[in-house]
Design a protein around this ligand. Structure first.
Ligand SMILES: N[C@@H](CCC(=O)N[C@@H](CS)C(=O)NCC(=O)O)C(=O)O
Length: 218
């Protein structure tokens, strides 16, 4: 049975799962989640406790959460590119995967989510704090990323799958800026990767829906 990935083409965590599927040319069916596909939302709700995406279904196995999805692909549908190296490289990969999800994606998502809240239930304090923390995350990455080309060096890993969508959208929320040349160059390299570029292109039509207003650039 073909793998099925449930998600949305504009969703950052969906990109994180699409990148390894595209990069390894793993056959799968994309099942978009949205008002036009209620049957997909039903299946999503059945398997993902908070109704969040991405969700991967492989026969009787359902995997939610983007990192375990990539773990699952590596274990059960391995391709030419492996996502978690052995040994110390694997530890560094997991550290950076956590960093991008917890400190870049989460702080990027706070102002975005806040803009979607009803008037009167916004959290300006939380938004300011998240924006400040994004800059702390950028500073740490500028100091701690190596020479590349990828997050842990020559191997394109789980960490890069997390980095691509989080840095793509974070830069829209708070620009990385010229003062962080290493991080800015890393984001550019990510966007030029064929699997990432495919995500960017497929999501282009959705940009008018970016709650903070999408800038006129990638
Ligand atoms: N920790 C989850 C986060 C997933 C997540 O936040 N997905 C967003 C889309 S990018 C979502 O489902 N939003 C809709 C909702 O929360 O109801 C992961 O790594 O997959």
């Amino acid at each position: 049975m073909t793998l099925q990935l449930f998600g949305h083409l504009f969703s950052s965590y969906t990109w994180k799962a699409l990148i390894p599927l595209y990069a390894n040319e793993t056959p799968f069916e994309f099942r978009p989640v949205g008002p036009d596909q209620p049957e997909n939302s039903e299946i999503l709700k059945r398997h993902s406790p908070f109704g969040q995406f991405p969700l991967l279904i492989d026969g009787d196995t359902a995997v939610f959460e983007s990192t375990p999805i990539i773990d699952y692909l590596d274990a059960c549908h391995p391709g030419a590119n492996r996502w978690i190296p052995d040994g110390e490289g694997g530890c560094r990969t997991r550290l950076l995967d956590r960093f991008f999800d917890l400190h870049v994606m989460t702080n990027m998502n706070t102002p975005v989510g806040d803009a979607l809240r009803p008037e009167g239930s916004r959290d300006p304090y939380g938004v300011t704090r998240a924006r400040q923390r994004l800059h702390i995350a950028y500073g740490w990455l500028e100091q701690n990323l190596g020479e590349g080309p990828w997050a842990i060096g020559d191997a394109f890993t789980l960490a890069d799958c997390a980095a691509a969508p989080s840095l793509f959208y974070a830069d829209w929320v708070e620009e990385i800026g010229e003062g962080r040349p290493r991080l800015k160059a890393y984001r550019q390299r990510l966007l030029a990767h064929p699997a990432v570029s495919r995500c960017v292109e497929d999501a282009r039509d959705f940009r008018p829906y970016f709650p903070l207003g999408a800038p006129d650039r990638d």
